[in-house]
Design a binder for this molecule. Structure first.
Ligand SMILES: C[S@@+](CC[C@H](N)C(=O)[O-])C[C@H]1O[C@@H](n2cnc3c(N)ncnc32)[C@H](O)[C@@H]1O
Length: 174
């Protein structure tokens, strides 16, 4: 695909999160904000204590992770997010709301604590800080994993309510 065409499509792998959205995630995490952006690049404006530009699938993540993964080969990123979020939580992912896919069914039902189906389409930031923004051609979801679903806890119940309160104005939270 010629570069100018790629820069206006979902085939481009480097679309960056708009400021308003990562600010919201930062506020949700509270003190310390986002501790890790596991699939970063040098153009992103996401503020995190640690950014990984390589090795994001193999390094340990820890808690307070915000992930906006490359869409090509998204399956392993979702598996890693679900595993890390269940073991260490919280992990929040911004991904296409592809509820018919294997990667969604393998990582969201029974494992995620909450999902926000975002109203409208997200406008992603300019590639390499120039060129056009890109309005996603599909709906997006914010997914929260935070601890083990096998261990119902007061913490998880409170986190589910907090997530709903935080994100209900941008979409339908379930
Ligand atoms: C959709 S962009 C998101 C950038 C940034 N996290 C944001 O939300 O603004 C995904 C980025 O992941 C990076 N990436 C791809 N494979 C990676 C890996 N194995 N480890 C870390 N980063 C990776 C790509 O370079 C790409 O720019």
């Amino acid at each position: 695909m010629p570069m100018n065409k790629a820069l206006t499509s979902s085939k481009y792998q480097h679309w960056c999160t708009p400021d308003w959205l990562w600010h919201r995630v930062t506020d949700f995490f509270g003190e310390g904000g986002i501790l890790l952006d596991p699939c970063s690049n040098r153009w992103t404006s996401v503020k995190a204590a640690r950014h990984l530009k390589a090795g994001g699938l193999s390094e340990p993540w820890g808690r307070n992770v915000y992930m906006n993964p490359p869409y090509k080969g998204i399956g392993p990123w979702m598996l890693k997010a679900a595993r890390e979020g269940v073991a260490n939580g919280p992990v929040i992912a911004l991904v296409p709301a592809r509820t018919d896919t294997k990667w969604w069914h393998g990582t969201v039902p029974d494992r995620a604590l909450s999902v926000c189906f975002v109203k409208g389409r997200i406008v992603f930031e300019r590639p390499r800080r120039h060129g056009p923004t890109w309005t996603a051609g599909f709906p997006s979801a914010l997914i929260l994993w935070d601890g083990s679903p096998l261990l119902p806890s007061d913490y998880r119940r409170k986190q589910r309510h907090r997530f709903k309160d935080f994100f209900r104005d941008i979409g339908w939270v379930v």
